[in-house]
Design a protein around this ligand. Structure first.
Ligand code: PGA
Length: 245
């Protein structure tokens, strides 16, 4: 595990974007898995900008979406699908054949988990996974208590996640379940990056980095990844004992 404390959100996002672009330049057929959410928004815009400026070819990558709210249609602005479509897939000009996202409206969610497990496996595994950290320590929708060795699954969301998740939606929305890749996808990825910013994440970041490695704090799984990089902005790092902040 590596810890990088960045001076600003812009700096943390820039480092994440640079890492993604570096990988795609070195390996144009890279398999990338990205989270939706407020945290990586700037990193995605910087990736798009860099891809344009430096003419980085994303046409051969495979793109895998990390998770989705069950029952939320892709045209809903709060869905992960919509977010990834608007912030990455469309601006990068990715083609449908290279993009794999959960269909959260499927009547057979178990088949959906299998479809995404297969998509990752057929692509040869993930080269890079880029995630945020939930207020309860979740990664994707791997809520506290989910075993580290899980692949894709459907999950009942904690009341806290349902409440925090309202921020993505214009109106009060029922968010009982999520569908997500598992933490084993993260530990098996060749590279894993977790970004966190803001004071509100400081305590959960401390638990993930300095507390026990335990499914109680899913993001602590990053410490089992030999190259796992915590990219933490100064305020989000302020509760760390190792932090200069
Ligand atoms: P956020 O979400 O980036 O919107 O804070 C993080 C998460 O829930 O994983």
């Amino acid at each position: 595990m590596k810890l990088h404390i960045a001076d600003s959100y812009e700096r943390a996002s820039g480092l994440a974007a640079a890492e993604v672009c570096r990988l795609v330049q070195a390996q144009p057929e890279a398999v990338l898995c990205f989270a939706a959410g407020d945290t990586p928004r700037l990193a995605y815009s910087l990736i798009v900008q860099k891809a344009r400026e430096e003419q980085i070819d994303f046409s051969r990558i495979t793109f895998i979406g990390l998770d989705e709210w069950v029952g939320i249609p892709p045209e809903n602005e709060g869905s992960c699908h919509y977010f990834l479509q608007e912030n990455l897939i469309r601006p990068l000009g990715l083609m449908p054949a290279q993009v794999h996202l959960f269909d959260a409206l499927s009547r057979d969610l178990s088949a959906e988990t299998e479809r995404l497990n297969q998509a990752v496996a057929h692509a040869g595994g993930l080269d890079l996974i880029l995630v945020g950290i939930g207020m309860n320590g979740h990664i994707g929708f791997n809520e506290p208590g989910i075993p580290f060795d899980s692949y894709a699954h459907v999950v009942e969301l904690e009341a806290f996640t349902q409440e925090v998740g309202q921020k993505y939606f214009r109106t009060q929305t029922v968010l009982n379940q999520g569908i997500t890749l598992g933490l084993r996808h993260l530990t098996e990825a060749k590279q894993a990056i977790l970004i966190a910013n803001g004071l509100k994440k400081a305590e959960i970041v401390r638990q993930a980095i300095e507390g026990p490695v335990s499914p109680d704090v899913p993001a602590s799984v990053m410490r089992l990844h030999p190259g796992g990089l915590f990219l933490i902005e100064r305020e989000a790092a302020s509760a760390l004992h190792s932090s200069p902040a």
